[in-house]
Design a protein around this ligand. Structure first.
Ligand code: AMP
Length: 418
């Protein structure tokens, strides 16, 4: 599992191509594109500073948005070069292309420790198609390949996989950056032999999205706590009434299988014992897809298994929070993926925030190792301002989920084993 990292490399004077994830949110202000959240840029700094201090010529490549192989000026990486220069405290030259003569000439002019940022690789259709010819063009200026973009490591694209293979074939090294190395450590190694009890919290919209993770973790965990809309598919499978809750009626069979497997293994598999429910009322407005938009009105606590026909489950209730917090207090390893309710609405965020507090407390007071598996749970932890009180927060959404399913990520597989 362990991969060669930038720590292991001698890169002095070498042209090091680093695939980063600079897919930052941008907003237009006064005719300029402005970065509204620079977390992803900051996360690459340890790897970049290390390479600079080792005397590499650092060539950065990333995607931004979904330009689908077209040049879309609002998705240019130019604003990122400016901000990165400020954060690194040194000039970052922006090249308005990612392949071709402009790149060759900019790289040819580089000195050890210099940094250039190439234009959005997804302006070329060859990127997402992992076109070998486009990969060769990218690789034309590369001695060493480094991948530090965990968020796209589950995609076999030219800059995440193709170039790595080409460089390796030529006898060069393809290594992981510090960020990917940490992801592999926490989502991989730390969960192989977790300190016990190992408690897994799973939430979010759909059982079907996470059934492979559930299935795999039932084999490893001591307790699984279920929240979010996916809990209602389990409840329905057990014969309860779920009212108007978001539910996957055709997935009750996989829910029952998971419950049976948990029973067979003798692990705790907890479902909510109460819920916050609300009454959906047509707001008269339409959503982006033209469907009627519902207002969720009259929130209240609903105790027990059954939700009335006119109401919808939107969060876990206080008794569930208490039960889950008790299990978490005894945990030595915690893995969390997916919110407990519609946490984007402050009225239905308490269950998710309370679980976030319980995870932070387990980490701070009981020395538990807490791993937050990306996406909405990371957003929730940050919203609760508890990001610095957990052990690790993954930078991948889809990538962390696929990794937790036990899938081989193409962007990781292409890197050299230790
Ligand atoms: P996922 O991407 O599967 O982790 O799902 C995250 C989404 O699930 C968030 O946008 C939540 O609003 C949504 N969600 C969580 N609980 C519920 C619920 N009870 N009803 C509807 N949506 C929910």
């Amino acid at each position: 599992m362990a991969k060669i990292t930038v720590n292991d490399l001698d890169v002095r004077g070498k042209r090091v191509f680093v695939r980063v994830d600079f897919n930052v949110p941008l907003e237009e202000k006064d005719g300029r594109m402005v970065i509204t959240d620079e977390t992803r840029i900051r996360e690459t700094l340890p790897t970049l500073n290390l390479l600079i201090s080792k005397g590499a010529k650092v060539i950065l490549a990333s995607h931004l948005g979904r330009p689908d192989g077209q040049v879309v000026p609002s998705m240019s990486l130019a604003p990122v070069a400016v901000r990165l220069g400020e954060l690194l405290n040194k000039p970052v030259r922006f090249v308005p292309a990612c392949v071709g003569p402009e790149v060759a000439s900019a790289v040819g002019a580089m000195q050890s420790g210099d940094v250039v940022l190439l234009e959005n690789v997804r302006f070329h259709a060859g990127e997402e198609a992992n076109d070998p010819a486009f990969g060769e063009q990218l690789a034309a200026v590369v001695d060493v390949y480094v991948n530090d973009a965990f968020g796209t490591a589950h995609r076999a694209h030219a800059s995440t996989e193709g170039v790595a293979r080409i460089v390796a074939k030529r006898g060069g090294v393809a290594a992981s950056g510090l960020l990917i190395a940490r992801e592999l450590q926490f989502l991989g190694d730390e969960l192989e032999q977790p300190a016990r009890p190992f408690v897994v919290i799973l939430g979010g919209a759909k059982v079907s999205d996470k059934i492979k993770v559930i299935d795999r973790l039932i084999e490893k965990a001591d307790a699984i706590l279920i929240g979010g809309a996916m809990a209602y598919t389990f409840k329905l499978a057990q014969g309860a009434k779920v009212g108007l809750s978001l539910v996957e009626k055709d997935k009750t069979d996989i829910a029952l299988k998971a419950l049976a497997k948990a029973k067979e293994r003798g692990i705790k598999f907890l479902l909510p014992v109460d819920n916050i429910v609300a009454t959906p009322v047509d707001s008269g407005k339409k959503d982006k897809k033209g469907r009627p938009k519902m207002d969720l009105t009259q929130p209240r606590v609903n105790v027990g298994d059954n939700i009335p026909d006119t109401e919808e489950g939107v969060d876990i209730g206080p008794a569930t929070v208490k039960a889950y917090a008790e299990v978490l207090a005894g945990a030595k390893t915690v893995l969390w993926n997916g919110p407990m309710g519609i946490f984007e609405d402050p009225r239905f965020a308490e269950g998710t925030f309370a679980v976030a507090r319980a995870v932070a407390e387990a980490t701070q007071k009981h020395g538990s190792k807490s791993i937050i598996g990306g996406g909405d749970s990371v957003k929730a932890i940050n919203k609760a301002k508890l990001g610095n009180q957990v052990t690790f927060m993954s930078t991948g959404g889809g990538a962390s989920l696929e990794f937790l399913e036990g899938k081989v990520l193409p962007g990781v597989a292409a890197l050299k084993d230790k």
